[in-house]
Design a protein around this ligand. Sequence first.
Ligand SMILES: CC(C)(COP(=O)(O)OP(=O)(O)OC[C@H]1O[C@@H](n2cnc3c(N)ncnc32)[C@H](O)[C@@H]1OP(=O)(O)O)[C@@H](O)C(=O)NCCC(=O)NCCS
Length: 265
Amino acid sequence: MNLRVVVRSGEQVTLVEAAAPAGTPVLAAAEDAVRRASGESHPDVWAVDLAADPALLGCVVSRPVTGQAAGELGQRTRAAADARIGFRPMTRADFPDVVTWQCRPHVARWWSSEASTVEGAEAHYGPALDGTDPTRMWVTEVNGRSVGMVQDYRVGDHPDWSLLTARPDAIGFDYLIGDPARVGHGIGTRALWAFLRDVVWPGYPGAGEFFAAPDHRNEASLRVLDKLGFVRGLWFDEPQSDGSVDTVVGCSLDVRRVLGLVTRR
Ligand SMILES: CC(C)(COP(=O)(O)OP(=O)(O)OC[C@H]1O[C@@H](n2cnc3c(N)ncnc32)[C@H](O)[C@@H]1OP(=O)(O)O)[C@@H](O)C(=O)NCCC(=O)NCCS
């Protein structure tokens, strides 16, 4: 697979090219290329669009880099590059924000109504916060502000979901950005990349597959998964709590191909 990394060093934005031969994880190949070009020992490389050919990644370094100017790709990746992403465990103090996010129209359209009230949030997420449900709940922060939530779990811990997806060994995750000002600028892709690399990958050592299943009409979510290197698989029907049925698309990430075999963070 051929790669291009948009490397930002102050105002300078440079394209670094590389190849990830079969057997070399995409992340390792991109990090090596940035290391060689910049001398930076631990570059923070993220996926911009792994479905493109060549695949596109981004990185910010502190040292000057020689190479061709990135041009329009520099503009395209600016918002994501400027975003400082973090994740912290959700607490009950986050429930009012969770309710606000899930009531926003761009979320409510695709997220089953788990938390339209604080009581609903307590009923749905309280057991996970108390550790009686093994799902892990997180709040996504961008530049120090809470903007959305993510959850991860072993698919096999949820028998109904495991039966539907036929993916008992995969690690499932669900995500939303509740702040509409943050949507549509590449931040969701960068945030989910950071989540998968820094939270999920080390949290489930040895996992070979990450899995998500957006509604077949949820173009933004499907496109984000494409950009992260997921492959779309089978469509299946998912019964909802209100008695309706959503047709969703099972999407899988080959962890070893994209991130590698051994977690490093
Ligand atoms: C899914 C979500 C996290 C994505 O975050 P984001 O910051 O908007 O993602 P990005 O900006 O990185 O990428 C969105 C991509 O979808 C594309 N997109 C958005 N709406 C689209 C539409 N209606 N049709 C086609 N493509 C669309 C964007 O153009 C962009 O692709 P591009 O980079 O090729 O232009 C966010 O939209 C969200 O929270 N949605 C509501 C909750 C939700 O749907 N969660 C997922 C449940 S499975």
